[in-house]
Design a binder for this molecule. Structure first.
Ligand SMILES: NC(=O)c1ccc[n+]([C@@H]2O[C@H](COP(=O)([O-])OP(=O)(O)OC[C@H]3O[C@@H](n4cnc5c(N)ncnc54)[C@H](OP(=O)(O)O)[C@@H]3O)[C@@H](O)[C@H]2O)c1
Length: 321
């Protein structure tokens, strides 16, 4: 089968398209013919190994698993002998940030992992953009224990995580202020944001509004800035480690010192959450944003765009002919 492979860490050019053996379906697994996969910041992070800690999972000196791609949609082509909840021909979508492997024509996954049947009214493209950004958004919203009626600010509301966060927060009943560039204000409003701010014109830390939760979905701010607009008891979460990794140790210190807290939750993906996200898409309550679609042969260009930090929502890779 054709796959995008990488055998060393580095820039997008370390990835190339090659013929590799298709994976073999285990007794408790399903084999999926991939239709679409996303090329996202999780894949890019593992590819570059910019944060050395990722090598603890992907291989200390070189990648253990040469095929990236953690988010996918496709068709089940084989079912392991112990699998009872999938059938050949099922349309499925899933998230697999331990096995990866969806930047390929075929991938296997344990039937018990986060993989579900695509709702009947959702197409393969949308299904392939349903699970990565929204997974991080959902985990962080849960960690902050956002309640109905709370005031929340999402910084970087146009990324895969930010655009999902705005919609999920509205679903959970929060009042949402979304911060993005002027060109994206209308888009973010259309996702349901109550208030939109252009970060080039307005410094959100200098406004009079106060928030229960500030979620920096692109990791461009700091706890020091967010504290200025957090209510007592308020929570700040960023998707990045922060300057000198401050978001890791401040997650511990702010637990005991001060009235405002920084959290750094570890995201966990479950089948139940995947199903919830698919149901929200099916019901029209969550619209995953698709920026553009690349052919498998253009994987390097796809990574270059993802690495630019300028994508709006999700970038997809088309595996089907
Ligand atoms: N911890 C993890 O495992 C993990 C996993 C995935 C992602 N991440 C991190 O999470 C972050 C978000 O990922 P993502 O895929 O959602 O991001 P993304 O899609 O790459 O975000 C791109 C968006 O960021 C916005 N942006 C760029 N610079 C900005 C700035 N200075 N201020 C505000 N917005 C800015 C841009 O919108 P505008 O044009 O409107 O500025 C663009 O639409 C990344 O930093 C990524 O590394 C972490």
């Amino acid at each position: 089968m054709k796959a995008a492979v990488y055998y060393k860490y580095g820039k997008p050019e370390v990835v190339s398209v090659a013929d590799v053996p298709a994976p073999i379906c285990g007794n408790n697994e399903i084999l999926i013919q991939i239709k679409y996969a996303s090329v996202n910041r999780t894949d890019a992070g593992f590819r570059s190994a910019e944060y050395v800690i990722s090598r603890l999972f992907s291989g200390l000196f070189k990648p253990k698993n040469p095929v990236l791609g953690c988010e996918f949609s496709g068709i089940v082509t084989q079912v392991g002998s112990e699998v009872t909840d999938f059938n050949v021909g099922d349309r499925v979508y899933g998230f697999d940030d331990s096995g990866f492997g969806s930047h390929a024509e075929y991938k296997t996954i344990k039937a018990s992992e986060p993989v579900c049947v695509i709702p009947h009214n959702v197409d393969f493209e949308i299904a392939a953009a349903t699970t990565e950004g929204s997974h991080y958004a959902l985990c962080n919203i849960r960690a902050a224990k956002v309640q109905k009626g709370q005031n929340v600010l999402v910084y970087g509301a146009t990324g895969a995580i930010g655009s999902a966060a705005v919609q999920l927060l509205k679903h959970f009943g929060a009042t949402v202020t979304a911060v993005c560039r002027k060109e994206h204000l209308e888009l973010v409003k259309s996702l349901g944001a109550d208030v939109v701010l252009d970060y080039q014109a307005t410094d959100y830390t200098q406004t009079t509004e106060r928030y229960h939760f500030v979620f920096d979905a692109v990791g461009k701010s700091s706890f020091g800035q967010a504290k200025l607009v957090l209510l007592d008891g308020g929570i700040y979460i960023s998707t990045e480690l922060g300057k000198n990794g401050e978001n890791v140790y401040k997650a511990i210190t702010t637990k005991f010192i001060g009235k405002k807290r920084l959290m750094f939750p570890l995201p966990i993906s479950t089948k139940e959450d995947l199903k919830l996200l698919g149901d929200l898409v099916s019901e029209g309550k969550f619209k995953p944003q698709i920026d553009c679609v690349y052919a498998l042969n253009d994987i390097v260009e796809a990574y270059k765009y993802v690495d630019s930090g300028q994508k709006v929502g999700n970038v997809l890779l088309r595996l089907e002919d």
